[in-house]
Ligand binder design. Structure first.
Ligand SMILES: [Mg+2]
Length: 252
């Protein structure tokens, strides 16, 4: 896309009442989540970004490197997501004369790898509870291979941990989900629940592959994306706190 496609026409902004209505729509009651049918999954696989890990530091550091405020970066990122664009369009839009790829190493240096402070407060207790309940727990997202060692250092409870780079395929490719299925040794895709924040990268392809799905409505994508009407999502949550209980109830 061209950089001129990102700005949103201010005259197209919805009236305040419409904004209130939209916010009310986003106020999900977990009890109102779709009632899943069929046997409960035995394995739960978690995406990383905005599911287990809060990516605020990632984007703030990119804002610094591009010379814009975090607010500006977040706003343009939100506009790109709303328009169904890849997040990479944000870089040439904000800094057309900068080759952002040249700053990847500097970004990683400033980021210093994943830290405890990046982990969502509800992530660790959820993973532990699920393991205590006898569910197999996996962590698998679109991440560079260097994140594996960083995730291991965080000592998050898990049985399986793998990145897209190690798997050799990235979401939304179904090959990613097939590789995860093979890795956990599940007989059927429906034995696995994939927990993700993105409709396009996580929920839609996981469901198409036949996995059970849990859409976590947090982070920029989780708040901005809307599922197509015909997409059957098993669980819709705003946090991970209730997931172990919901899965235990589903299992019966
Ligand atoms: Mg994510």
């Amino acid at each position: 896309m061209t950089t001129s496609e990102i700005p949103i026409d201010p005259s197209a902004a919805p009236p305040p009442d419409a904004v209130d209505d939209h916010l009310r729509e986003l106020d999900f009651d977990p009890a109102a989540a779709p009632d899943p049918e069929g046997p409960a999954p035995r394995t739960v696989i978690f995406d990383v970004g905005e599911v287990l890990v809060d990516e605020t530091r990632v984007w703030s550091i990119w804002a610094d490197l591009l010379g814009v405020s975090s607010l500006t970066f977040a706003s343009v990122l939100g506009a790109a997501i709303s328009q169904g664009e890849d997040h990479h369009v944000v870089f040439p839009h904000l800094a057309p004369n900068v080759e952002w790829q040249e700053f990847v190493d500097e970004h990683e240096r400033r980021f210093g790898g994943l830290q405890d402070v990046d982990v969502y407060a509800d992530a660790r207790p959820c993973l532990q509870e699920l393991r205590d309940l006898g569910f197999e727990v996996g962590i698998a997202g679109n991440q560079p291979a260097i994140r594996t060692a960083q995730l291991r250092r965080l000592d998050l409870p898990h049985d399986v941990l793998i990145t897209s780079e190690e798997l050799g395929s990235e979401k939304p490719d179904l090959a990613f989900f097939a590789a995860v299925l093979e890795l956990v040794g599940a007989a059927e895709p429906a034995d696995v629940l994939y927990v993700g924040d993105r409709i396009d990268n996580d929920i839609e392809p996981a469901a198409r592959f036949g996995m059970r799905t849990c859409w976590l409505r947090r982070g920029p994508w989780g708040h901005l994306q809307e599922p197509p009407d015909d997409l059957d999502i098993d669980l819709v949550l705003e946090g991970l706190g209730e997931l172990p209980l919901l899965l235990a109830e589903w299992r019966g």
